[in-house]
Design a binder for this molecule. Structure first.
Ligand code: CA
Length: 573
């Protein structure tokens, strides 16, 4: 049962929500006053290289864990600013959607899970994107690598969302050698694209190498003195399948766990890729006026070789292991280099930060949830950010709870405090794997299962002081009901600004067998009507029995994805 304090807090939130009292009386998201630079001479627009890594965990980089060999990343981070209080989202699409839009998921309709290949969904058509804003500011914009933000119609493609060029994959879990991607048994297709066409015939070339070569080509053919460049290198490493050329595995031959060995080797391919890209930046004259950002998109999956140790939880969860991101900024333009920043930062912050660096007009982007944090990163000033809404996912809740509100999966950070409600995902602390084989019973031997909440089936509120307790060992929900209430009120505030979740069922017309074996857009522009799109799966308020009945097939689908997210630990996302 819930402790009384938590239950009382839950009840209050329930009342606030059900009475629609939120509101207006609530303050806006907190923001510190940060002194701004004096308006003056126009700054030179820097070249921006954003390197996004897929599923790299907290413990999967050399400067956190010396058994992982990343000399290039360690050096670049040491010479730049390491971000050690930086947050991403727990899975692919959510992080990428927030990076591209600067908005929380509750403001894009993408609160729930990933966009799967057969789902007719993508970034909202009315919302501007980071590359669009950079292009408006005069940048040449390029995406190399993984998109994973929907492609059911052409208007969703990277080239229609602000990128001048695109070379990479549209879905989320592509084979690193043959570029096949599957959405369920037998629904598989080739997924490598150049612009808006399929890039056939690339089988056998390793994805990290192929993407790095394209990045080099872009740098080689671009005149750095003529036009600023935005290169978004979105590597699919170190996501499963665990594939890498054998030569990278050899240095890790002493690692007993096979999955860990392969993952470490994949991290080494990333290190080499970053070395090659920075070499090209220097060779072709970009480096001195460049900003290099390195970030993971979510925490690691320990089941497949990754590690977030000593943090709690894993990819797909709102524990720190799922959302505390590895990241650093390297740039000759940083005013105070060789630092470790403990400033609270979030992936939505890149949108206003980079548009600001580019001299673009951020006031044109309404409803941004990110902050311009360049003075924080470059000069060490206080972060303007005091809160992070990690998410509110109304599709993800227990059905057996009487207090329906706090059964909603939600997480928020306010200052030092973090509140979790509903089911945050598996909360194990998983030490680095040392046993030689994969999952099954061995898995239990390698994780810390001494959780005091092991049997707390009905618990749905947790509170941690993340600054004092980054590994989330001490739940303070019972001791600090005042803080619980305060954070629930913030959740309730944000919830009032949420748009309905858009999470449509699969469209069988997406099947690659109908498109010469490739994943490509399958809906004609005329066919799609934006109106009605947000009448999708979830609406606030009660439904009539008739509505419930009509939505029954969706209920099954929702249930399936709920299980996919939590039970299977979402290997494919
Ligand atoms: Ca990912």
């Amino acid at each position: 049962m819930q402790p009384p304090a938590a239950a009382a807090a839950a009840l209050l939130w329930s009342l606030l929500l059900s009475l629609d009292l939120l509101p207006a009386a609530q303050p806006q998201p907190n923001q510190r006053d940060v002194p701004k630079d004096e308006p003056g001479a126009k700054k030179k627009q820097p070249h921006i290289v954003f390197i996004l890594i897929d599923d790299q965990g907290f413990n999967d980089i050399g400067y956190h864990n010396p058994t992982i060999k990343t000399p290039t990343l360690d050096k670049l981070a040491a010479e730049g600013v390491r971000l050690e209080n930086y947050y991403v989202q727990p899975i692919c699409t959510p992080s990428r959607s927030q990076l591209m839009t600067g908005r929380y998921q509750i403001h894009t309709g993408l609160q729930h899970s990933i966009i799967r290949p057969s789902q007719p969904s993508c970034l909202p058509s009315h919302m501007d994107t980071l590359p669009e804003r950079l292009r408006q500011a005069g940048y040449s914009t390029h995406l190399v690598g993984k998109w994973h933000l929907g492609f059911y119609r052409k208007a969703c493609l990277p080239t229609r969302k602000g990128f001048d060029t695109f070379f990479g994959s549209l879905t989320g879990s592509v084979d690193h050698y043959n570029y096949l991607s599957c959405d369920g048994p037998g629904v598989c297709g080739y997924d490598l694209h150049d612009g808006e066409g399929v890039a056939w015939g690339q089988e056998g070339k390793y994805s990290t190498t192929l993407f790095t070569q394209r990045a080099r080509k872009i740098l080689e053919s671009h005149n750095p003195t003529e036009k600023p460049l935005f290169l978004f290198l979105s590597l699919q490493a170190v996501h499963t399948p665990l594939q890498t050329p054998k030569s990278y595995i050899y240095p890790y031959r002493d690692m007993a766990n096979i999955a860990r060995r392969k993952l470490a080797a994949m991290v080494s391919t990333v290190d080499e890729a970053v070395r090659n890209v920075t070499y090209a930046l220097r060779k072709y004259g970009f480096y001195r006026n460049s900003v290099i950002i390195y970030s993971t998109d979510n925490g690691a999956q320990p089941f497949t070789g990754g590690s977030n140790w000593p943090l709690r939880g894993r990819k797909g969860t709102y524990w720190e292991g799922g959302i505390r991101g590895v990241a650093f900024v390297h740039s000759p333009l940083l005013k105070r280099r060789r630092r470790v920043s403990k400033a609270l930062l979030h992936i939505t912050d890149w949108f206003p930060t980079l548009v600001g660096l580019a001299g673009g007009n951020i006031s044109q982007s309404r409803g941004l949830d990110g902050f311009d944090v360049w003075p924080t990163i470059s000069e060490g000033r206080d972060s303007p950010r005091q809160e992070i809404l990690h998410n509110i996912d109304p599709l993800h809740k227990h059905t057996s709870e009487s207090l329906w509100d706090t059964s909603i999966q939600a997480a928020i950070r306010v200052g030092d405090w973090k509140l979790l409600t509903g089911y945050p995902g598996h909360g194990d602390w998983v030490p680095p794997q040392v046993l030689p084989t994969l999952p099954g019973r061995w898995w239990d031997l390698e994780r810390n299962i001494l959780s005091p909440y092991k049997n707390s089936t009905y618990k749905n509120i947790w509170l941690f002081n993340i600054t004092a307790d980054p590994c989330e060992r001490h739940d303070l929900a019972d001791q600090r009901p005042d803080v619980v209430l305060q954070l629930l009120a913030r959740l309730a505030y944000y919830n009032q600004t949420a748009v309905p979740v858009y999470f449509p069922p699969d469209d069988p017309r997406a099947d690659p067998s109908q498109h010469e074996g490739a994943w490509v857009p399958w809906v004609n522009e005329e066919e799609e009507q934006e109106e009605g799109k947000y009448e999708g799966v979830y609406k606030k308020g009660r439904r009539t029995k008739k509505e419930k009945k009509q939505r029954c097939p969706l209920c099954k689908l929702q249930s399936f994805f709920l299980k996919l997210n939590t039970g299977m630990m979402s290997n494919r996302i």
